[in-house]
Design a protein around this ligand. Sequence first.
Ligand code: AMP
Length: 305
Amino acid sequence: MSILVVGSIALDSVETPFGRAEEALGGAAVYFSYAASFFNHVRLVGVVGSDFPAEHLELLQGRDIDLSGLERADGATFRWSGRYDFDLNEAHTLDTQLNVFETFSPTIPDSFRDSDFVFLANIQPGLQLDVARQVNSPKVIACDTMNFWIEGAYEQLVETLGAVDILIINDAEARELAREPSLVKAARAIMDMGPETLVVKQGEYGVLMFNRHSVFSAPAYPLEDVYDPTGAGDTFAGGFMGFLSTAADIDDTSIRQAVVFGSTLASFNVEDFSLNRMKRLEMDDILGRYAEFKQLSHFEEIATD
Ligand code: AMP
């Protein structure tokens, strides 16, 4: 089973109350790929400029991430800079320089068209749909989006959602997309647009997963120190899709497990800037924290007689 991801590859400059990183490796497709690569082979489609450091590509190649769909364009790599205050749930974007990402029009190499699991990271919804159509017969298509597209390309986004199985977004985006303040009602409205499953990320408050039959709530891991939340959402998606690609069946049980693996991977990512914590991560650490998650939300039934 292989996993295809299409999205941004970035040099991020980030400031939090605990420090700063300048032009560090980032981008939605990078965070996603790195997390998913703990579970399966990953195929990355994206664009970098001529200034992109070779060491970053070597890091990804060292993780069984296939870069044959990576476009190297003349010009500068996409750059994003942001700041977090003490409320680490909210990123304040200081600057976005699209550079070579502005004209990015993803072409899926023939050798990637048999991918079983597809993640459409946050890019223009028309491009997301175009990618979805280039894959032969995917088992699961998941996607992310952001307020910019909900506000600026609503009709196109709704069309794209018609081709998507799982939508992974944050709570404010879910409310805005459905134009509905109640998350439960918003989830129903979003599922009517196409996705069978909706995963709503709530930062340090955890994740809610909705489908037609049930609602599942997973906490976030209670960390003492969060240094940099950048990439938490994409790392979540990578852990989620990575685990799902190893599951025998895609059902309520495996999707719940995938939510906890996503939360586990994201909890490590925020412990340091850029991908610094992820670079030191081992599968044993992941399994250990997965077990702690079970304990964290376990409680006994009460005797009723
Ligand atoms: P997350 O914190 O998971 O929502 O994603 C953070 C990553 O998204 C950063 O590494 C940024 O480089 C990337 N990013 C920020 N703005 C955009 C954008 N407009 N389009 C695509 N990627 C972006």
